[in-house]
Each structure stands twice: as C-alpha cells, then as structure tokens.
Design a protein around this ligand. Structure first.
Ligand SMILES: Nc1ncnc2c1ncn2[C@@H]1O[C@H](COP(=O)(O)OP(=O)(O)OP(=O)(O)O)[C@@H](O)[C@H]1O
Ligand SMILES: O=C(O)[C@H](O)COP(=O)(O)O
Length: 407
C-alpha cells in the first residue's frame, strides 16, 4: 500500500515528464549497461505504449568527477532495453530542448541532457525554491504530468526530484513503486538470528552514517572498499588516505573522522576489518599484503585479500539476514573481484534473507555468473536503499505523497 499515485492512475495520451536514475559506471567516457536501464525500460515502454509523449530526465555523476558526462550514450543503451527509439537532445530546458519536446509525437521518447548540468538542480534549497527555479518553471508548463521512477535518487532533494511534484500532477513509475514496497518492508522486518551488513564501495560518507543509524539492528559489519580502509586508518593502520592522483579518502576522512572513531569505539566488537589487501603489483598482476605488514601506503588498495574473505564467509553462513551495500573491491577489473564475488557467492549459497543494494554493486551479480534469483531482493538503489533500512524519509517519496494529498 503506497500513499502516492502510480502510473496506473495516469490517464492516457498525456505529455509526461519522467525522472529516471540512469547513473552508471563510466569507462573510457562511456556509460556501462547495468540493471538500472533494464528496470526503467519497463516504465518507459509502458508509458510509450499508452500513447504518451515521454520526455526523460536523468543525471550522471557529480560535477568535478570523471563520471560527470553527457547522457548521449545512455539514450542508446536505454533504446535497446525499451525496444524503441530514444531520441537525445544535448540540452535540458533551453530552446533546443523545448523545440525537441514540442516536436515529439504520441508514443515517442526523448531523453534530455544530464540534469546536474542545470544551474537549478543541485543547490541546497527547499522544494518550494526548487519549484521556483528557471529549470522547473520553464519545463513544467509543457507537461500534463510528472512521473518519478528514480527511487535510487529519492534521498536527494534536487529540483528534478522535489521541484516538479509541486508544479504538476505526480505519479510513481514501476521502479519507484516496487523498490519502495520492497525496501520499506525490509525496514520493518524482524529476524531471529544474527543480521550482517557488508559495507564497501566508494560512498563512505553515506555508509558510515548508516552504520551508526543501524547500530541496534545489525549484529555484524563486514567492511571493505573505501569505508573499510577509513576504519583501518581509525584503528591505527597507515592506510585510508589518498596517494598520487587519488581523490577518495582524505576528504571523506575529514568529513567523517569523528563519527568513524565513535562508531569504532562503541561497536568495535561488531566491526570486522580486512586483514589483507590487494593491489596492482609492478608486473600488472594482483599482489597481496597483510595489513599488519603495511608500514606506509604507497599503493592504491583495490580489493580485500583471501584471508579477509575466509574470515567473512563463516560470519555470512551463520547469519539469518545479510544486507550488502557497496563492493569490497574494484570488481569491474577481474583481478580485483575476489572479495566482492567471494562474499556474494557465500550469500548466494545460504538460505538467509539477503538484499544486495547499489547501482554499481548489483552489477557484479551477472558479471560473475550469479543470478538475481539467488538473493531475496536486488535493489538498484544504493543511498536510498540504506536510508530506507534506517527508516529515514526519502524527500522525493515525500514529494510524491504530498502531491497525491493535494489532489
Ligand atoms: N578500494 C576501492 N577503491 C576504489 N573503488 C572501489 C574500492 N572498492 C570498491 N570500489 C568501487 O565501489 C563501487 C561500488 O560502490 P559505490 O559506493 O560507488 O556504489 P553502489 O554501492 O553500487 O551504490 P550507489 O547506487 O549508491 O552508487 C564499485 O564500482 C567499485 O569499483
Ligand atoms: O547512483 C546513485 O546512488 C544515485 O544516482 C545517486 O547518486 P549521487 O550519490 O551522486 O547523488
């Protein structure tokens, strides 16, 4: 039961503005296909088949990062999944975008440029201020309805997520609806045995806050990735800082240092850290080192080592529920996939309740020959999924609920 309207409530033949989350891993400047395209394709196909004029908004990366790119490549990948053309315009609400929107016929689909390239999208403002941005005020009058399918971005208060629901009748797409139902149900579920959370990835700031909030609910945290290294740093090891060109650790350390230290202090017995790490050796092969033997960080550590996996596996086997947020290493590179794959395979082999979350992380399942069916739920959301687990409200969901009440 949801408190917002869904596309089942949307009349046919409308001009519909749809927010998707196509944020994807980018390799050599090109977005990589992943579960988000496949899942959103269902909503887009359904809207197009109902005769709507379908205009899509989405974001990619964050300004200043390497993955902050155009959405041109995303349109082509999405078209393959939808099974019909997805036109692309390299503009969000300027004349070029407005002309392309006006020219759209019934059942046609158009993707606008990266929303994070618009001035009004990101600044921290209230939903009312977002609704008053030039971005929202220019686009909204061209549409009859707004559909939000971007559950995985629902924890962000950006204009494309919370501004449009104040300006247009608003509906949830299929991904929003199913992810909301699955993740909200998890938050209220009780487990008889131990609950374990595997924490990794690059968005340490997101996951550390959640570790703190889930204190009561989770019995054991198994750490890897960037957060894992930051906790090793807090435990006194000379790792968890940037070396060379790296830009993953120092800023997140400064921002979270106090919280990491207090979480480690209060829940140290529940937190397992890597005992060995892997890096790229001089000949390009995977090399491994015991954490206790590291005197100085001179390498980027790209995975946890085999001893760590051997330590984590029994903890998983004994669990009644396992939640995964973030990969334990750079699994996209086969040399550094062992930690992530080892842990996912251990989860797949047990019959515990299991949820794998994260747009990037969930990609490892197919890449390494596992199946979605081996897990209770595979969420394409990262930050929104872990916030849902803590029961924290999601601003974009609240905006849909407020829109439904208004009508
Ligand atoms: N030690 C590491 N150094 C650099 N990158 C790492 C490391 N460990 C894991 N990663 C990267 O973390 C990424 C996955 O985590 P990330 O936090 O970016 O996203 P996610 O969990 O999939 O969720 P979201 O949907 O929030 O993006 C993987 O692409 C992997 O390459
Ligand atoms: O990939 C995600 O988790 C969402 O698209 C949100 O991206 P963000 O963390 O850059 O806001």
């Amino acid at each position: 039961m949801t408190d917002f309207d869904t596309i089942d409530d949307l009349p046919t033949d409308k001009r519909v503005l749809v927010r998707l989350d196509l944020n994807s891993p980018v390799e050599d400047g090109e977005p990589q296909d992943n579960r988000r395209f496949e899942r959103h394709a269902r909503t887009v196909r359904e809207l197009a088949e109902a005769g709507h004029r379908v205009v899509l908004m989405a974001h990619q990366g964050r300004p200043g990062r390497d993955d902050f790119t155009t959405l041109a490549g995303h349109a082509a990948i999405l078209a393959d999944h939808v099974g019909r053309d997805v036109a692309f315009v390299a503009d969000t609400y300027g004349d070029e975008a407005l002309d392309a929107i006006d020219a759209l016929g019934a059942g046609e689909v158009l993707l606008l440029e990266n929303t994070r390239m618009c001035d009004g999208e990101l600044p921290k403002e209230s939903p009312e201020e977002k609704a008053a941005t030039e971005f929202v005020e220019t686009l909204a009058p061209r549409f009859d309805a707004y559909v939000n399918d971007a559950y995985s971005a629902a924890h962000r208060k950006h204009a494309s997520l919370v501004g449009f629901p104040l300006a247009l009748p608003s509906y949830a797409g299929r991904v929003m609806e199913t992810e909301y139902e699955a993740n909200t149900a998890i938050a209220t579920r009780e487990f008889d045995g131990p609950v374990t959370m595997v924490v990794g990835g690059t968005k340490a700031t997101d996951v550390i806050g959640v570790m703190d909030a889930l204190d009561e609910k989770v019995d054991r945290f198994l750490l890897g990735g960037v957060a894992g290294e930051l906790f090793l740093r807090a435990a006194g090891h000379p790792v968890g800082h940037d070396v060379g060109e790296m830009d993953l650790f120092d800023e997140q350390w400064e921002r979270n240092r106090e919280l990491i230290e207090s979480v480690l202090d209060e829940r140290g017995d529940a937190i397992r850290l890597a005992s060995d790490l892997a890096y790229e050796g001089p000949d390009g092969d995977r090399a491994e080192v015991a954490v206790d033997d590291i005197d100085e960080k001179t390498e980027g550590y790209l995975d946890v080592g085999p001893e760590t996996v051997a330590d984590y596996e029994p903890a998983i086997r004994e669990s009644d529920a396992v939640f995964v947020k973030g990969a334990l290493g750079v699994f996209e590179d086969e040399r550094f996939a062992d930690g992530t794959v080892g842990v996912l395979e251990a989860i797949a082999e047990t019959d515990c309740f299991s949820v794998v979350g994260g747009g990037d992380t969930s990609r490892a399942i197919e890449m390494y020959g596992m199946s979605e069916d081996e897990f209770s739920h595979v969420s394409i959301a990262g930050g929104a999924y872990i916030r849902a687990l803590t029961g924290e409200p999601l601003p974009a969901v609240e905006a849909l609920e407020a829109a439904a009440k208004r009508e």
